[in-house]
Design a protein around this ligand. Structure first.
Ligand SMILES: [Zn+2]
Length: 638
């Protein structure tokens, strides 16, 4: 059973052993730094910790199962009698040591969203543990797609989403961002399929469907990833390439042709790219996130295939995670902003380097809009504590902390530090931060200490204690926030104002402007977001006739427009709203759209009707959020 208090006691008892055998950190770490705190794992790494995995797996598409053996090398404190791993819904067949001698084990009581502890008794000489197991057909991290749910409709498809704590549903593991391990894998898939992992990957299919993988740099469990299906590969640069279903490959390679340029820009900012290769796989539409920064192989939604490279800031974001998150990792999910706030900041800097300041500032303005909306929403719900950068997610699903606060409040805080100290000093500091903390985990408190020493004290600058209190430990958006300015958006605002005042849209935006794509996706997004909140059906129709938002192939534009479709009960948009919700599984789009529908009784009925149809296409990460919003019961048919 999960008991944080016993962990503190244990820490005191084992602190002497740890002094000679540090397992999580190296060098002269103090007690506060050493303390392992993660509410969301049963692991007790102070006693025994995994260091390397050999994974041998057979993927069974007929029964939606993975049958596998996970063999770990472990490091243990003197006298440690057991190692504890996390499991969620796994059927454990046997546990042995490295020589196939059985080890006794227990699977503890299941806890909501945490799963169960797998406690394995260690013999005096045990240095390896080998677990044979089968996943459950409903494993939370695994999305099994039928051929119909893929682009070519010929083969089934499987992908994983391990963040935050779902890895334990497909691999028995110490599932904490504060625990890292290297891995090798052998994966058997049906012939005709390609399998990929967050590792050194194959580029072509082989005849027998057996693939081998190596990840020699230590990563935490949430970055474990697997995808399998009818997948092809196309190189786009010396270190960069794209994987996708064959029918999508050409469009994907075009869309992401600038990846190499982004890697070069990122390296100029914060040091050499540390993972050798940067590839991206475009997944089928049910992928619940925009992207997931699995090392060496970003997983991405097809909703960023806009045809004009206008939504590739997502690539900059996932690429930035190669430093912030994958290299220097939040120690637990309360410190999630250290992953995401840094990554949004870094993403902005890459976009500025590649596309210019005025382009990047549009993104910053959109970030501010998202942030203000999220703060207003959380504050109205009485969850002001969730608007602090440093969270307390004890007893809660870590998914609760995965919102705009970590991303955008984190971003603006770092931007504020940059504005206060100057870009030159701040860049030098960040470069050093990534270099000196590579392959380590970081807590908010250790980051503040590092910041004080290496940025402020090192340059005789006063420590901004008040800013830490406001931004990290305080609610809402502090008055000290940076104000992004975008001339390009100011021009958009002028158009919205004139249109709302009665000028026909055709007089404000010419046919030529539309044909030459004078406005980027971001300008259109800003335009739609700032349309009046009380438009008439005639006004909606006039806009739609001219600008064709209802039929947009750009998912960002479509999703923003559909909020108005719902709010204004614009019936000509309903059919495409339903199509979009049934085909796209990206939570970022689903939540605001369903959220808008449930505001009225009629909308709620529409939402539940569409959801019944769409739910089988969504990943657990999305249904987990939406079931609650729609009051959906598990036994309802979908
Ligand atoms: Zn991210």
């Amino acid at each position: 059973m999960y008991q944080p208090i016993s962990r503190v006691v244990l820490l005191i008892l084992t602190s002497i052993a740890l002094a000679c055998q540090p397992v999580a950190e190296n060098k002269k770490t103090t007690d506060t730094e050493m303390k392992f705190t993660d509410h969301h794992t049963f692991a007790r790494p102070e006693e025994a910790v995994i260091t390397h995995l050999e994974w041998d797996a057979v993927i069974d598409f007929d029964h939606h199962l993975i049958k596998a053996t996970a063999a770990y090398n472990i490091s243990r404190a003197t006298g440690a009698a057991a190692i504890v791993l996390d499991v969620n819904n796994l059927a454990i067949t046997s546990v042995t040591d490295g020589r196939d001698n059985p080890l006794s084990f227990t699977v503890g009581e299941e806890q909501p969203f945490l799963g169960s502890p797998l406690t394995i008794a260690l013999e005096d000489t045990t240095s390896q543990i080998k677990i044979t197991y089968t996943t459950h057909p409903e494993a939370a991290a695994l999305q099994w797609l039928s051929p119909k749910q893929t682009a070519a409709e010929t083969m089934p498809f499987l992908f994983t989403q391990s963040q935050a704590i779902l890895c334990r549903s497909w691999l028995p593991v110490q599932d904490s961002p504060g625990i890292r391990f290297t891995y090798r894998a052998r994966v058997q898939v049906p012939p005709g399929m390609l399998a990929l992992m967050s590792a050194e990957n194959p580029q072509i299919k082989n005849a027998d469907g057996e693939y081998h993988f190596a990840m020699d740099q230590p990563i935490p469990a949430y970055l474990m990833a697997l995808a399998a299906g009818d997948i092809g590969y196309k190189q786009v640069g010396p270190r960069t390439g794209v994987y996708a279903e064959p029918t999508v490959l050409k469009a994907a390679a075009y869309e992401f042709a600038e990846m190499e340029e982004m890697v070069i820009a990122a390296e100029k900012l914060y040091g050499p790219y540390p993972w050798e290769v940067y590839d991206l796989i475009v997944l089928p539409p049910s992928f619940p996130f925009g992207g997931m920064e699995n090392p060496r192989l970003t997983f991405a939604t097809p909703t960023i295939l806009a045809g004009d490279r206008s939504l590739t800031s997502l690539v900059a974001h996932e690429l930035a995670h190669s430093w912030s998150g994958n290299l220097v990792t939040n120690a637990n999910w309360d410190d999630f902003w250290l992953n995401e706030g840094f990554t949004v900041y870094f993403e902005q800097r890459i976009m500025e380097a590649v596309y210019g300041r005025d382009y990047a500032e549009m993104l910053a303005v959109l970030s501010m809009q998202d942030l203000q909306a999220t703060i207003a929403d959380l504050t109205a719900k009485g969850q002001a504590a969730d608007t602090h950068l440093k969270l307390n997610l004890q007893g809660r699903d870590p998914d609760d902390g995965m919102n705009d606060i970590a991303y955008n409040k984190g971003y603006f805080f770092l931007r504020l530090l940059e504005e206060k100290t100057g870009r030159e000093l701040f860049d030098a500091f960040l470069k050093k931060y990534f270099r000196e903390n590579a392959f380590k985990s970081m807590t908010t408190e250790r980051f503040i200490a590092y910041l004080n020493e290496h940025l402020f004290a090192a340059h005789n600058l006063p420590v901004p204690e008040d800013l830490y209190q406001q931004w990290i430990y305080g609610p809402g958006l502090p008055d000290s926030h940076p104000v992004p300015v975008s001339d390009r958006f100011d021009k958009v605002d002028a158009v919205v104002k004139a249109w709302a005042g009665g000028t026909p849209i055709g007089q404000l935006i010419s046919q030529e402007d539309l044909l030459t794509k004078k406005w980027s996706s971001h300008e259109w997004l800003h335009f739609i977001r700032h349309l009046p909140q009380n438009m008439t059906a005639g006004q909606m129709q006039a806009l739609d006739d001219y600008l064709r938002f209802t039929y947009s192939g750009n998912s960002e534009i479509l999703a923003a427009w559909m909020v108005h479709v719902i709010r204004h009960e614009y019936k000509p948009g309903y059919a495409n709203l339903e199509n979009f919700l049934v085909s796209a599984g990206r939570r970022k789009f689903l939540v605001p759209l369903y959220g808008e529908m449930v505001k009225t009784e009629a909308g709620k009925q529409m939402a539940r009707r569409i959801y019944a149809k769409a739910r089988p296409n969504y990943h657990f990460v999305a249904t987990n959020t939406l079931d609650e919003m729609l009051g959906w019961q598990e036994n309802e048919t979908s």
